[in-house]
Design a protein around this ligand. Structure first.
Ligand code: PMP
Length: 458
């Protein structure tokens, strides 16, 4: 966009012309190859260029016109991409990775996935499904084996059963993300509002661009609790849904049953749908469980959409598997959209994960809890952290005495080979950083030591 032919050196330029557009290749003054399409407003300029080239580069023109590989051609996508696509910024996490690209053996405390392999039983079930040629589409809502396992789990955990009397349904989705985006597409028309936490999982604000809805941020600083009182102030006649995430990314904060039941009451009173992103449900540490159970709003209502995933719990994020369960009519709408978008979730992963609930992940949850303790100890008296009750993240405040934004602090950490993510990737503020303790204990200890040193000016 905005490139003029005069910006090109004539050398090496090639041109194809149709009545609608002109495509030419040039070289920028810095020597990079550039491709450019010209549409009618600058057609005359391009034609002038063509005449000039024709006199000086007839041979190369002929060659390029007849032999130029089509893979060389480039449309000016800036003119074609939707505003939706253009409004989405590349994930800030990726920017951190770019910054760290030159590091040889970084101490990586930025990873948002567990550091354990997929349990053997699931691996074998996936391989078996492939070898038995069960590789075709499944039903849109999911394969019967997995749906059966999900209902068994929801029945024993929440007393949710799949029958007409309860009005509940479930659908297997392509990751938790698949469930989130389809649910939001079902709920939000242009201008409709969804209340989401700040800090948030990186996808949440982008749901606005993807749906045309508006994401209203609920400021949860400094304790990161998304309470009914904080939500209520943000509800307007356009509010369709409140999206909760407990245990939370990036804070690890777990809401209590009391807090959840207040939110359920508020949503019921305001006719707003509660969505509960429970991707980290299994990773709820002992002291934040209630009677041994993970606190969820689903214990108080069936009028909420539960969204859960398998990727984080079983170390198979790349298998892209999650599910949504809740009010039948909403889930049926999600199924309609899934039919014309994802079609179904990956089949071999579904057959495998149908065995997921046979696997005991508690030893790993306990290990993550010990790592959480290590993190808390490392920063005690040095930096503020809200005690993570689950997931595998700590959201650490950069000590004010350093007079640094979180991004500046992260740059210092990267200079010393420690990868962490600045708070502004997850928030409107840039005061904290996210540290993932999904990293081996030795690496975690090393990274924590360096971060402490930076905080203490060493
Ligand atoms: N919700 C939260 C809170 C997350 O942290 C993530 C992944 N980091 C997702 C949803 C998306 O998970 P999935 O890979 O299952 O799409």
């Amino acid at each position: 966009m905005g490139t003029h032919i005069s910006d090109f050196q004539v050398r090496g330029a090639a041109l194809t012309i149709s009545t609608r557009a002109i495509l030419f290749r040039g070289q920028s003054k810095s020597g990079n190859t550039l491709w450019h399409t010209a549409t009618p407003p600058i057609l005359s300029e391009a034609l002038f260029f063509k005449r000039m080239r024709a006199t000086r580069f007839t041979q190369s023109h002929e060659f390029l016109m007849t032999h130029a590989p089509t893979t060389d051609t480039r449309l000016d996508l800036s003119q074609l991409l939707s505003r939706r696509a253009q409004s989405i910024d590349a994930s800030g996490i990726r920017k951190v990775f770019d910054l760290a690209a030159h590091l040889k053996d970084p101490i990586n405390l930025s990873i948002g996935q567990p550091d354990f392999p997929v349990p053997e039983v699931l691996k074998r079930a996936a391989i078996k499904a492939i070898e038995e040629n069960r590789n075709g589409y499944t039903q849109t809502q999911g394969c019967p084996e997995l749906l059966h396992a999900i209902w068994q789990r929801l029945g024993s955990e929440l007393n949710w059963t799949h029958d007409a009397a309860h009005g509940l349904s479930a659908i297997v989705t392509s990751g938790t993300s698949g469930a989130l985006i389809l649910a939001m597409m079902c709920l939000l028309d242009a201008g409709d509002e969804a209340i989401v936490p700040d800090p948030y999982f990186v996808m949440y604000p982008q749901i606005a661009a993807l749906t045309g809805g508006k994401m209203v941020l609920c400021d949860t600083y400094p304790d990161f609790r998304m309470t009914a009182a904080r939500i209520e102030k943000l509800i307007t006649p356009r509010t369709k849904t409140v999206l909760l995430n407990s245990p939370g990314n990036p804070t690890g904060v777990v809401l209590t049953s009391g807090e959840l039941s207040d939110i359920v009451d508020l949503c019921r009173a305001k006719n707003v749908l509660l969505i509960s992103d429970e991707i980290y449900d299994e990773f709820t540490f002992s002291e934040f469980r209630e009677e041994g159970r993970f606190p969820t709003p689903a214990r108080f209502t069936k009028d909420c959409l539960l969204i859960r995933g398998f990727g984080k719990t079983y170390g198979c994020t790349g298998w892209r598997l999650g599910f949504a369960a809740g009010p039948h009519d909403l889930v049926q709408s999600i199924a309609k959209l899934q039919q014309y978008t994802y079609v179904c979730a990956p089949s071999m992963a579904q057959y495998a994960v149908a065995h997921a609930y046979e696997v005991d992940m508690q030893p790993w949850v306990d290990r993550f809890e010990r790592r959480r303790d290590t993190v808390l100890e490392a920063f005690e008296g040095i930096a503020n952290i809200t005690r993570p009750g689950g997931a595998f993240y700590a959201f650490v405040e950069v000590p004010k005495s350093l007079n640094l934004t979180a991004s500046e602090f992260v740059e210092k950490a990267i200079e010393r080979s420690v990868l962490i993510i600045p708070g502004k990737v997850f928030s409107t503020r840039d005061t904290h950083f996210r540290l993932s303790f999904a990293a081996k204990e030795e690496m975690l200890a090393k990274g924590l030591g360096i971060l402490r040193d930076i905080m203490q000016g060493r």
